[in-house]
Ligand binder design. Structure first.
Ligand SMILES: Nc1nc2c(ncn2[C@@H]2O[C@H](COP(=O)(O)OP(=O)(O)O)[C@@H](O)[C@H]2O)c(=O)[nH]1
Ligand SMILES: [Mg+2]
Ligand SMILES: [Zn+2]
Length: 355
């Protein structure tokens, strides 16, 4: 496909940044990264690019500097037909997944996303705890979260379910739609106004691919089919960054399906403004909301104004965020020790008498 940078979702700050880029470099947007190469959409169509040596050095110092889906980048075309990705432009927003096992540094899954749609099927009945987890992660990214409840054609009480979900999603819009009947799709389409970039978060089977196809009006993505023998599902290679014919960009990466929380806890506070406000009223600043006297959170539980289910969900996510923070702390201390060792080594070298 080829498209103008505008159609690829170019925003004002990135456009301004590109003004200062040397003329021989070609701008583009990363559609996917695999096998050590990036597929980059440029105004002249898609290309595959490898990393420049300066980018490799940056990645060695900070793995998050590596390109990911949604990144704006500049490319160099060499006389021998090689194409290298020279640098990644500053990211406006990042969706970061806590790395399972391995390093405590999060992995950037997608960048420069304007709106995150948390896609949830209305049938079987939505798992509210899961939606709260996705919301915390979405708020953390810097993008605007929206809950999109799909498969409305399968239930009789879509609006009642939406009201329940809205209670768990303060500050986020909750939309109801069906990819099958097309009901509510205009509201989802409006999320893409102004060539915005929309990322889809949600469990496998939620209806993300069907939604993209319905928005596009053509079959761009494979929809899961339940195999006749009931032995699980079939999915094929996925496209990750989709430029919609009517404008706007959708990011639907396999990596966004089930993701852990990243450390800061800011997203958690944004996803649970009700509990955050209550906690500020507790007698003790470090109240754990378990057994302290004059605890506003427990008082709200007792008078029923805070649902117990929501409280439990928050406790669980808070524990997870605290765990991630401790891991990050251990990593930072280890890094500080390494930096110090390196600095003192070069310092000692400087002290050596020169011949
Ligand atoms: N009835 C109904 N089924 C849907 C709808 N959207 C998706 N599905 C079905 O749900 C299943 C999973 O959809 P898919 O788009 O592959 O989900 P994904 O894994 O999130 O991409 C498929 O069998 C779809 O046909 C909808 O709006 N209504
Ligand atoms: Mg899919
Ligand atoms: Zn308390």
């Amino acid at each position: 496909m080829s498209a103008t940078l505008q159609a690829l979702g170019l925003d004002a700050s990135t456009a301004e940044f590109l003004q200062s880029v040397p003329e021989e470099l070609v701008p583009g947007r990363v559609a996917r990264v695999d096998k050590g190469l990036a597929t980059v959409f440029t105004e002249d169509g898609p290309v595959r690019a490898s990393w420049s040596s300066s980018l490799l050095a940056e990645i060695a110092a900070d793995p998050q500097a590596g390109p990911c889906t949604g990144d704006w980048v500049v490319l160099r075309f060499w006389p021998d037909d090689r194409i290298t990705l020279e640098s990644v432009l500053p990211r406006r927003t990042t969706i970061v997944r806590a790395e399972v096992g391995g390093s405590s540094r999060g992995q950037v899954l997608a960048a420069n996303v304007d709106v995150i749609a948390i896609v949830v099927g209305l049938h079987p009945e939505p798992n509210i705890g899961r939606i709260e987890r996705f919301l915390a992660l979405a708020w953390e990214s810097g993008a605007r979260p929206v809950v999109v409840l799909t498969k409305a054609d399968l239930v009789g009480d879509a609006d009642a379910l939406a009201e329940d979900v809205a209670l768990a999603a303060p500050g986020a819009d909750v939309l109801v739609c069906s990819a099958t009947t097309g009901v509510g799709l205009d509201d989802v389409r409006a999320l893409l106004d102004g060539d915005a970039t929309l990322a889809l978060l949600g469990s496998s089977g939620a209806g993300k691919s069907s939604l993209v196809n319905a928005l596009a009006g053509v079959e761009l993505l494979d929809v899961q089919e339940i195999r006749e023998d009931g032995k699980g599902r079939h999915t094929s290679v996925r496209r990750e960054l989709i430029v919609l014919p009517a404008g706007g960009v959708v990011i639907d990466t396999p990596g966004l399906r089930g993701i852990g929380l990243q450390e800061s806890g800011e997203g958690l506070a944004a996803a649970f403004p009700d509990i955050t406000a209550l906690a500020a009223e507790c007698k003790f600043k470090d109240c754990s909301h378990v057994m302290e006297p004059d605890c506003a959170v427990r008082a709200a539980l007792e008078d029923g104004s805070l649902p117990y289910r929501r409280y439990e969900s928050w406790v669980k996510l808070r524990r997870e965020a605290a765990y991630m923070a401790r891991r990050a702390d251990v990593r930072l201390r280890a890094q500080a020790k390494k930096d110090w060792a390196r600095a003192s080594k070069s310092y000692r070298k400087d002290l050596k008498p020169r011949p």
